[in-house]
Write a protein that binds this ligand. Structure first.
Ligand code: GFB
Length: 319
């Protein structure tokens, strides 16, 4: 049943400086929310249970959008599995427990499309969770996020907490990570094509075979979905949030090339991993509730590139 949230409700957005958190803060401001609570890492270390507990006691949030997490692309996930597992376990354990203790009225937790089994049928329906083995390059992250989703279910079951969770597809947009070792594919491609253009270097290296398929959504669409779900979704079952459309990595690279450096040539580096062959979400449940994404991929790529040129803190970003 839809519950219009009071615009003066106290809403905490965890991870407000990141790709997702910053988009949600923009969305909440636009929707007229007047008491948006945020905390920097020095104000509250989300891995520290005592710090989180003290912050909740002092700030008394009524609603929580728990979107903080340690995230990264295929290389970072495969290289630092212990960090991805432990930090993400802590980040949800601390916040969910304090949200329960302080009687938060509703909490939204974010999973990820990479936590579904590697070889599950496509498009992926919500009930496929935990039906098969995970993709090895992000198993640690996936396991941590699965315990987050399950924790929401268990708090609901044991304590009657109104905790919901959503499964976003691969995201991109303002405040993305453009570090080539840690980033996801889209920001990496934006940066690589841009730097190749500046260096007048025609060849751009694309990791893997270019054959895997990815569904990419602009983070402003995800932010709109999160606020929509907070007001319109009450189920224990996680809900997929995506566009329902995917492209191959080679097609994505061509779209970025067209936006940034049309003269460039793609060179596939097959010494780098492909990861999951495909992870297209079935978005029929969120469509049935009345929500659909708005930003087409080509428009989103262009705006991501514009953002990069204006904001990326480097001499190299000035053309
Ligand atoms: O976005 P990405 O790093 O993560 O890689 P995943 C997607 C695909 O793009 C892989 C290829 O097949 C990469 O090999 N790719 C091509 C590149 N060029 C590049 C490049 O320059 N940089 C990067 N990073 N990739 C992540 C998970 O998987 O998905 C995380 O590891 C997370 O846990 C995220 O959940 C959503 O889509 O493979």
């Amino acid at each position: 049943m839809p519950t219009s949230l009071p615009r003066n409700g106290r809403i905490f957005v965890s991870g407000h400086r990141g790709l997702v958190g910053s988009a949600i803060v923009r969305q909440l401001i636009q929707a007229g929310f007047s008491q948006i609570l945020t905390a920097t890492r020095s104000e509250m270390d989300l891995c520290d249970p005592a710090a989180v507990e003290a912050w909740f006691a002092e700030n008394r949030p009524e609603y929580v959008l728990h979107v903080a997490g340690k995230v990264g692309g295929i290389h970072a996930n495969a290289t630092y599995p212990a960090d991805f597992m432990v930090e993400n376990l802590l980040i949800h354990a601390t916040v969910l427990r304090s949200a329960w203790k302080h009687k938060v009225k509703k909490l939204l937790y974010l999973g990820s499309s990479c936590i579904y089994p590697r070889d599950c049928p496509q498009p992926i329906r919500e009930e496929y969770l935990l039906t098969g083995p995970l993709e090895s390059t992000n198993e640690a992250y996936a396991l941590a996020k699965i315990t987050g989703l399950k924790s929401c279910t268990y708090y609901r079951q044991q304590h009657g907490c109104n905790f919901i969770s959503a499964m976003p597809t691969n995201l991109y947009g303002p405040n993305d990570n453009f570090d080539l070792e840690g980033s996801h594919v889209l920001p990496a491609l934006v940066r690589k094509f841009h730097e190749a253009k500046l260096a007048n270097n025609k060849q751009v290296s694309i990791w893997g075979t270019g054959k895997p398929m990815r569904e990419l959504m602009h983070v402003d669409d995800l932010a709109a979905a999160c606020v929509f779900l907070l007001e319109n979704y009450e189920d224990a079952l996680p809900i997929n949030v995506g566009t329902g459309e995917d492209v191959t990595i080679a097609e994505l690279a061509e779209i970025v090339r067209d936006a940034v450096y049309p003269q460039a040539e793609l060179v596939f580096d097959t010494s780098k991993p492909d990861g999951t062959p495909r992870k297209l979400l079935d978005v029929s449940r969120i469509h049935a509730l009345g929500w659909k994404h708005q930003i087409p991929l080509r428009d989103g790529v262009q705006s991501a590139y514009d953002w990069f040129v204006e904001n990326y803190p480097s001499e190299a970003s000035r053309v």
